[in-house]
Design a protein around this ligand. Structure first.
Ligand code: 6PG
Length: 474
């Protein structure tokens, strides 16, 4: 019997997706460049379902029912192109290649059209949830033609995480839209994690709490609006002791690595002119963390008088919680606005309520409050900026005094909180009908005759600053 689907690339994500499909009753053809991995998968998990292992690409392709659907799980970049070239000679019209990695959406756009010209369908599918998600049920964001999606829909919707009887997988749009949505998901993931680390830093540095005590606070927060996967695992990471009996986190090098998706999100926001401040600050914070040697030098040059540790009160904990929640709302509002603009710009017609819905389970940013975002879109009240929707407006207004207090305290004590601070700066900038860019326009006109508009009359104007100072209509 031919397999229902193929999985090429059996590193941990690919192997777990293959096992997931097999456990759900699908026949799965598997292939890995290094055949030892294929053997390993079959030896260890072959009994979980119907696997067809192959050692050669032609055999692998031939073992899948037509039109063939092949999920490739290889490193983003050139390896994806290489695998496509290896598969192509063996595929037939209508076969589908699904790239489940974290590919850059412009690469996916290119591959979509390249394969279309060769009568092969291509789906760029964001897959979130890490190793465990891939096995137990990830969140999946497939982009490509609807027709191609229809072929894999019965399989991927069964593989995906389920929330309230709904699969965390639905058709996103054409071309690279699935990978784009996954990219923004990762950007939000960056912001979420940066906010968590800022809260941790305050507890540790301002209040002198040890990791296990901070773990308890995060565990407590799981009972409220902050209930989310990342808050949950924060508590687990902080609680973990190493062999010496000390908190593991205290021995982990404070240098954040990154594979690119957060940076791509920020880059795309810059290109589209979207004020995506939280995610971008999170990317910059990782970059600064990476300059470890420079930081060590600077610490000697600019010694920082450690502030006397404050005794923490419940009010302090609540204040940090409010700052975290309000900043998180800003990050998600910005991320969804980013998707709104990208959807218009690229003609993708993204259904943002569905995106919120499929992020409720399986993925890294899964969180209780995504229900609120989904509800806002379903009710048609979301508007371009979620911050202005009733629930979120009330939440940030309620959090505002504490949010301001926490950011003020951090700055006073010399603790960097770039994501908290940029979120409140964005909020303060947003809620002002008149900002200070009038002066900026004046400056631009002064040195470059770039012109300005006036509040009191229509048109564009220029002042002859270095001549007679008169104003002319441009
Ligand atoms: C997910 C994760 C996953 C991966 C990130 C990590 O949704 O499952 O986002 O895709 O862990 O790519 O990204 P960085 O290495 O850039 O932190």
């Amino acid at each position: 019997q031919l397999a229902d689907i193929g999985v090429l690339g059996l590193a941990v994500m690919g192997a777990n997706l293959a096992r997931n499909a097999a456990r759900k009753g699908f026949g799965v053809a598997v292939f890995n460049r290094n055949g030892a991995r294929t053997d390993e998968l079959i030896n260890e998990h072959g009994s979980e379902g119907r696997f067809t292992p192959s050692k050669l690409i032609p055999d692998f392709v031939a073992s899948i029912a037509k039109p063939r659907a092949i999920i490739i799980m290889v490193k983003a970049g050139k390896p994806v192109d290489d695998v496509i070239e290896e598969l192509l000679p063996h595929l037939e019209t209508g076969d589908i290649i699904i790239d489940g990695g974290n590919s850059l959406y412009t690469d996916t756009n290119r591959r979509f059209h390249y394969l279309k010209d060769r009568d092969i369908k291509f789906i760029g599918m964001g897959v979130s949830g890490g190793e465990e998600g891939a096995l137990e049920g990830p969140s999946m964001m497939p982009g490509g033609t609807r027709e191609a999606y229809a072929r894999i829909e019965p399989i991927v919707t069964k593989m995906a995480a389920q929330v309230d009887g709904e699969a965390c997988c639905s058709y996103i749009g054409t071309e690279g839209s699935g990978h784009y949505v996954k990219m923004v998901h990762n950007g939000i993931e960056y912001a979420d994690m940066q906010l968590i680390t800022e809260a941790y830093d305050l507890f540790k540095t301002v209040y002198g709490l040890e990791a296990p005590a901070i773990a308890d606070i995060f565990a407590e927060w799981m009972k409220g609006d902050l209930d989310s996967y990342l808050i949950d695992i924060t508590s687990a990471v902080l609680r973990k002791l190493d062999d010496t009996g000390k908190p593991l986190v205290d021995s982990i090098v404070d240098e954040a690595e990154q594979k690119g998706t957060g940076r791509w999100t920020a880059q795309s926001a810059l290109d589209l002119g979207i004020p995506l401040t939280s995610i971008t600050e999170a990317v910059f914070a990782r970059a600064l963390s990476g300059r470890r040697a420079q930081r060590a030098e600077a610490e000697k040059l600019f010694p920082h008088e450690a502030p006397a540790k404050r005794q923490i009160t419940q009010a302090d904990i609540d204040a940090i919680k409010d700052a975290l929640y309000a900043s998180k709302i800003v990050a998600y509002a910005q991320g969804f606005e980013h998707l709104t603009v990208a959807s218009e710009q690229f003609g993708w017609d993204l259904k943002l309520g569905e995106v919120a819905s499929l992020w409720r389970g399986g993925c890294i940013i899964r969180a209780r409050f995504l229900n609120r975002i989904r509800d806002a879109y379903d009710a048609g009240v979301a508007g371009p900026n979620l911050l202005m929707q009733d629930y979120f407006r009330d939440a940030v207004v309620a959090a505002e005094p504490n949010w301001r207090k926490v950011v003020g305290l951090a700055i006073e004590q010399g603790i960097p909180v770039p994501a908290f601070a940029s979120s409140i700066a964005y909020y303060d900038g947003l809620r002002r009908a008149r900002g200070p860019a009038n002066l900026l326009q004046g400056l631009r006109d002064y040195f470059g005759a770039h012109t300005y508009g006036r509040l009191d009359k229509p048109g564009k104007f220029h002042t002859r600053w270095s001549q007679d100072g008169s104003e002319i209509q441009a």
